[in-house]
Ligand binder design. Structure first.
Ligand code: HEM
Length: 243
């Protein structure tokens, strides 16, 4: 932790010395941000904590989404072939960019479905500030209330064939009731990086599927384990052959 904090502190100090980049990056925006009421800007340690939060919240979550999405594609070769047809038609040899996103609908649905079956933030929690009642249960001030996102996303009463990998459920994603699907949470603390993460994941998944054919490695099926995020124990092992 000390080393990571020092690294971030050094980045902030050298940016103060250099001045902002053009176009401004996240650090420039955080440094320029001021509280609308007091006008106060963040101190170095507040900037550092924000930077580290972005790294922790943004990096592993998206990496896990991609790992699980590739695993699901390896597991279902028909979906993978259909996605490859989509991405090769759009990309040919080049890497995907944000401009390709509207044409990558199936790839996007694979990411949506991976986030349903393997939500990286598999549970969320809140501390009750005041006594309340939730579905007939007493909640005391200070109680921790857990939202089991993994269970919600696989609930048989909310999803048909809940355990099946079926990206087509997201063809009409607006028809999915808002609180059945919460990979990014909701409310005031909804993931600030959701749109960025989805774009990043679709761009990377499309580029990989265009270039490689993924197949499972027998005996290496990933077991999901909950260690703050939902991780594949021992990693996702896949064979990647050039297309
Ligand atoms: C697929 C990838 C991602 C998933 C599944 C995800 C999931 C979540 C969830 C569920 C929350 C809400 C936590 C809560 O309600 O307690 C959250 C918050 C947050 N996420 Fe993400 N996230 C992802 C990517 C990102 C990225 C790429 C960034 C940054 C660029 C990011 C930055 C944040 C931050 C800063 C918060 C805290 C927001 C706040 O409390 O106001 N996340 N994320």
């Amino acid at each position: 932790m000390r080393q990571t904090k020092r690294l971030a502190d050094r980045a902030i100090e050298s940016r103060r010395a250099e001045g902002p980049h053009l176009p401004p990056d996240l650090l420039d925006l955080l440094m320029a941000g001021a509280d609308p009421e007091s006008g106060r800007r963040m101190t170095t340690s507040e900037l550092r904590d924000n930077l580290l939060t972005f790294i922790v919240a943004g990096h592993e979550t998206t990496a896990l989404t991609l790992s699980w999405a590739l695993y699901l594609c390896a597991f279902d070769q028909d979906v993978q072939e259909a996605a490859r047809a989509e991405v090769q038609a759009v990309l040919a040899d080049r890497a995907a960019t944000a401009a390709d996103l509207p044409a990558l609908q199936l790839t996007r649905r694979i990411v949506d479905e991976a986030l349903r079956l393997y939500p990286p933030a598999a549970f969320l929690s809140r501390t009750a500030q005041a006594p309340d009642e939730l579905c007939g249960r007493e909640v005391r001030a200070g109680d921790t209330v857990i939202l089991p996102i993994y269970a919600l996303h696989r609930h048989r009463k909310l999803w048909s064939d809940a355990e099946a990998f079926d990206p087509s459920r997201f063809v009409d994603s607006k028809a999915i009731p808002r609180f059945h699907y919460l990979p990014f949470g909701d409310g005031p603390r909804i993931c600030i990086g959701a749109s960025f993460a989805l774009q990043e994941a679709v761009i990377i998944l499309a580029t990989l599927l265009a270039r490689f054919r993924f197949s499972p490695v027998p005996g290496k099926e990933p077991k999901p384990v909950m260690i703050l995020t939902l991780r594949p124990e021992g990693g996702v092992w896949l064979k990647a052959d050039r297309t």
